[in-house]
Design a protein around this ligand. Structure first.
Ligand SMILES: [Zn+2]
Length: 362
């Protein structure tokens, strides 16, 4: 499970509880001044045990983690951060300054859900069927985030909970967390004889962080560049409010990484990337084709983004998608429609509180 990439730098494999989604692959620098970790994993029992065990395999303890760098604010990368900080007081959490934290998702999940549903409805997707909908496992992520709460409830019911357990478990739940250090684009972060350069790579999230090592010429890519799949690049309700264009950002970020003097890509899931610039160009080409496909699906009609998504080819037929998968597909389709609008190919209009899209005839 532990692989030494170069002397002193190790790749771990931390399981995700839900089947099918696989592993998060954090990286650990072992130095004279403790351990430095890039990404962690969910705060689930399985993930915490795996991290503890694997850190021991390289001769350390979780309490030796002095620095925790995190690529972005998603549970499979940041989820364990509060627990690590509780085990290693003084551990510095380092992230990109521009990152956005889905706080309301944790502090007021009902409000977040209502807002999300209203937004999806404006785009032609009725989320109210969720209770009776098929479960294709796509929503595992949210189940994973609930695991800790369920464990706590079970312990309370069984009368096996005490204050110490409660407070330890509370650190494992996804919750509000603020970085100690917020990096700027291009800023150098040095520790223990290493210097890493922050590469701001918005797209998958607004403040996604890649880290470039200029001497050995490798780059930690987080979820920005993966070996076999492409990350979800979606427009959300929040993005729409601020006219953010995630796919445009993502394409620019791919060009930025492709231009780095680097060969080896070290992603947060799946295999290492042997030729990082080539993989960036491959993903760029994939999205170019996708833009044409979205344009074709739109045809000459005036459609909602959900109707456009229905006409696009997905890995499985649309009618087998659960409502959550449809919402993810809606977000991705919207990110493409947004770029088509910016390129002057498509017009966005609001009619009776519904958002519709139409090709601009040339
Ligand atoms: Zn991820």
């Amino acid at each position: 499970m532990v692989q030494e990439i170069i002397p002193g730098l190790f790749r771990l494999s931390i399981p995700m509880v839900a089947g099918g989604l696989g592993w998060t692959t954090p990286y650990v620098f072992r130095g004279n001044d403790g351990l430095t970790l890039f990404d962690c994993g969910y705060g689930t029992r399985g993930a915490i045990d795996a991290l503890t065990e694997q850190v021991r395999e390289i001769g350390g303890e979780v309490s030796d983690i002095k620095r925790l760098l995190v690529s972005h604010a998603h549970g499979d990368h940041l989820g364990m951060a509060r627990w690590i900080k509780s085990q290693s007081p003084g551990c510095e959490l380092v992230m990109m300054g521009q990152e956005r934290f889905p706080h309301t998702h944790y502090t007021d999940p009902d409000a977040a859900r209502r807002g999300g549903d209203a937004w999806a409805f404006r785009h032609g997707l009725d989320m109210s069927v969720r209770e009776t909908d098929i479960d294709d496992g796509f929503n595992q992520r949210f189940r994973e985030e609930r695991e800790v709460e369920q464990e706590m409830a079970a312990r309370r019911a069984a009368g096996t909970s005490d204050t110490a357990t409660e407070s330890e478990m509370a650190t494992r739940a996804m919750g509000r967390i603020e970085p100690d250090v917020r990096l700027r684009d291009g800023e150098e972060y040095s520790f223990d004889g290493w210097t890493l350069q922050a590469v701001w790579t918005p797209g998958h999230t607004p403040g996604h962080l890649c880290l470039h090592e200029p001497n050995r010429k490798f780059t930690f890519t987080g979820d920005h560049v993966l070996s076999r799949i492409t990350p979800n690049v979606s427009v959300s309700a929040e993005d729409e409010d601020i006219a953010r264009s995630p796919l445009r950002e993502f394409r620019e970020s791919l060009q930025k990484v492709a231009a780095l003097d680097t060969v080896l890509g070290l992603p947060a899931h799946q295999d290492t990337i042997e030729n990082l610039p080539a993989r960036c160009l491959e993903i760029l080409e994939h999205h170019d084709q996708r833009l044409d496909e979205v344009d074709t699906a739109l045809g000459v009609s005036r459609l909602s983004a959900t109707e456009v998504a229905e006409g696009v080819t997905w890995s499985k037929p649309w009618n087998t998608f659960s409502i959550y998968k449809r919402r993810a597909a809606l977000g991705e389709t919207l990110s493409h429609l947004q770029v088509l609008v910016e390129d002057g190919r498509v017009r966005r209009m609001e009619i009776d509180d519904r958002v519709l899209w139409q090709r601009i005839e040339q």
